[in-house]
Unconditional design. Structure first.
Length: 189
């Protein structure tokens, strides 16, 4: 069974991976799991309390298909958890590694955006991490997929979901319909 693990922290932006996890679980019967630093319960920006399935430190990259970093303001703080080893291990195992909004900061800190096309909330968002991928930054409003790395600004949860599903080999008419349904409000009349 395909497994997606989403990393959450206190104050995570609950809307950023909601479509991904709901669509994956409900429509594709994908095993969706949630991890937090230390395996501790967290509360979203909107007040949603989550008891995780596991600690970030216990993620086995060989037992998952995708590792997703949900955004939240914590990733831009000096006391942000360092999850670089987990992200690097997942990439080395050939898994999809994705980050949305400030979740992209963790991919940049781990060096995963140095050699791939990527995006974030803005071009100024990533340089403070010390990454060396500025030449590959794409200033666009939707997700960027490069190999098995998926990045998106916080305003792009639909294309982020699409990019992850595509890397898992699940792009089909059903996914296209689902994307059209959620993107319909953004069509120009």
């Amino acid at each position: 069974m395909t497994t997606i693990v989403t990393i959450l922290t206190d104050g995570y932006a609950d809307w950023e991976t909601a479509l991904l996890n709901a669509g994956a679980r409900e429509y594709y019967q994908i095993d969706t799991r949630f991890a937090t630093p230390g395996g501790k319960p967290v509360t979203s920006a909107g007040g949603l309390k989550v008891m995780p399935d596991m600690a970030v430190e216990d993620i086995d990259p060989n037992a998952i298909d995708a590792l997703v970093v949900n955004g939240g303001t914590i990733w831009s703080k000096p006391h942000a958890p360092d999850i670089s080893a987990t992200l690097i291990a997942a990439q080395a195992a050939g898994k999809t590694v994705a980050g949305i909004c400030d979740g992209t900061l963790t991919l940049a800190k781990a060096g995963l955006l140095d050699q791939v096309d990527h995006t974030s909330n803005s071009a100024d968002n990533l340089p403070p991490t010390g990454y060396k991928g500025a030449a590959r930054y794409k200033d666009q409003p939707n997700a960027v997929v490069d190999g098995k790395i998926v990045t998106a600004p916080g305003t792009a949860p639909v294309s982020f979901m699409s990019g992850i599903m595509e890397t898992l080999g699940l792009r089909d008419g059903n996914l296209d319909y689902y994307l059209g349904m959620y993107g319909a409000e953004h069509k120009v009349a």
